[in-house]
Design a protein around this ligand. Structure first.
Ligand SMILES: Cc1ncc(COP(=O)(O)O)c(C=O)c1O
Length: 448
């Protein structure tokens, strides 16, 4: 990253004196020292547990008690470094990008494009292959609309799976309504992983795309992407990976994985809402028509005819999410200080521990495989997940209860909803202990 302008640096550690959007670009007004959570730049990296928790101001209740936040799969809490970066970007550094002739706009443009470069390097792509979107949902809709709408024809098939998030189901159904493609659904193994042996049997040359989640947002099951890519390539299908739950937990290298499209959302990666990314191979993006029209995506406009900018600008109509891009870059810096490999291992261990302890309660049904990437879905016998969630809330424990935007998976599991505890960079054993205490209390309440 050494060639990049430093965008509002990383973890908050040692950031107090450095706050210009592009380091050294111009003198900055004196600003107050940032969060008291900041640590010295030359200090040791934070350790999982208390150290990391201290970086996240959201992890306390209104009464100042620890808040056991177990809903990171829905959206992650933000470290102070990301909050500070967005405050600066929205405050003293704020200006538009790409069009300004004044210095601040030029600096913001550099920072915005450096954020794109940072995202690209974080997932192993090239910067001109990163399209900023509002999130994973918009990224999949973009691919379905633009690539699917231009490259697929009636009778072509795509393969998704039983465990997909609605974001990776509905856009394909809209495309089916539009052009008459067929959608096949790959089943799961008994323990809740996408069954790649079944995929192998199902795939035919009529399949033009396989679109699957890298990590299930309900079961935490992980897809063996390399295996899938080999299967898809054998029939000539392209591969889209929904990396929403993987990017915050697993090292991702799109080039090594050899996929065609990869999408994720910043807010699950400790960054702001309202921004995410589509990565796609340059030659694929090049051949895709625009989907939204407006400013910034054009080459030349006349009333008779408009020509379009090359990618990624072609797919970024309108003023982009400038502040959010800066925040996303700060989130990547934060995550990289700890290391995505270490984060993944930490969450894997927490999920294994949680599953083991929940299993010991006897009254809990666990969903998904034992090897889970930090996401544990379960049901407490005789208690609706919403009731459990409400009682846990009284105990300062936040879980998710519902269908998790995966209703076909709920149908498959034979339940209307599950309770879900999902871990993050800041989770530790104290959160699991609080969850178990809350479940015991719920059992006592329902036993009366
Ligand atoms: C696996 C998966 N895909 C897609 C999405 C949609 O993400 P967003 O709502 O940020 O666009 C989510 C969000 O929960 C998810 O978990």
């Amino acid at each position: 990253m050494s060639g990049d302008p430093q965008i509002l640096p990383g973890t908050g550690r040692g950031t107090a004196a450095r706050s210009s959007v592009v380091e050294g670009a111009r003198p900055q007004p004196q600003r107050p020292v940032e969060s008291p959570l900041n640590r010295p730049a030359d200090g040791p990296p934070p350790r999982f547990g208390e150290d990391v928790k201290a970086d996240f101001p959201g992890l306390v209740t209104a009464e100042g008690k620890p808040w056991h936040y177990l809903d990171t799969a829905a959206t992650a809490q933000k470290p102070q470094a990301v909050i500070d970066a967005t405050v600066r970007a929205m405050g003293v550094d704020y200006a538009t990008v790409h069009r300004g002739v004044y210095a601040r706009s030029a600096e913001m443009t550099l920072a915005f494009e450096a954020a794109r470069r940072k995202v690209a390097r974080f997932i192993g792509g090239e910067e001109h292959e990163i399209v900023f979107t509002r999130g994973a949902t918009e990224a999949i809709n973009l691919v379905a609309h633009s690539w699917g709408g231009s490259q697929l024809k009636p009778g072509d098939r795509i393969l998704i799976s039983t465990l997909e998030h609605h974001a990776n189901i509905v856009p394909w159904q809209l495309l089916r309504e539009r052009i008459g493609i067929a959608i096949d659904v790959c089943p799961l193994t008994a323990d809740g992983r996408i069954d790649l042996e079944a995929a192998e049997r199902m795939l035919t040359p009529a399949h033009k795309l396989v679109a699957l989640a890298h990590v299930s947002n309900v079961l935490g099951s992980m897809l063996h992407v390399e295996h899938l890519v080999a299967l898809a390539r054998s029939v000539g299908a392209k591969v889209l990976i929904d990396g929403c739950q993987a990017v915050p937990r697993l090292p991702v290298d799109v080039a090594a994985l050899d996929v065609d499209f990869y999408v994720f959302s910043a807010h699950k990666l400790y960054g702001p809402t309202g921004i995410g990314a589509l990565w796609a191979r340059a030659e694929i993006l090049e051949a895709m028509p625009p989907w939204h029209g407006g400013g910034a995506m054009i080459d030349r406009v006349t009333f008779e005819r408009t020509t379009y900018a090359p990618p990624p600008a072609r797919f970024e109509a309108g003023t982009p999410a400038i502040v959010e891009a800066i925040g996303l870059a700060a989130a990547i810096d934060y995550v990289q200080q700890i290391g995505i490999g270490a984060i993944g291992a930490h969450e894997l261990a927490l999920a294994a521990q949680a599953r083991e302890e929940l299993r010991r309660l006897n009254s809990v049904r666990l969903f998904g495989p034992d090897e889970s990437a930090g996401i544990v879905s379960f049901a407490l016998e005789g208690v609706h997940p919403h009731d459990l969630g409400t009682i846990l809330d009284e105990e300062g424990v936040a879980i998710r209860a519902g269908h998790h935007c995966a209703q076909p998976l709920m149908d498959h599991l034979g339940v209307a909803a599950t309770a879900r505890a999902s871990f993050g960079i800041y989770s530790d054993e104290s959160d699991i202990a609080a969850l178990l205490r809350g479940i015991e209390r719920t059992k006592r309440i329902f036993a009366k």
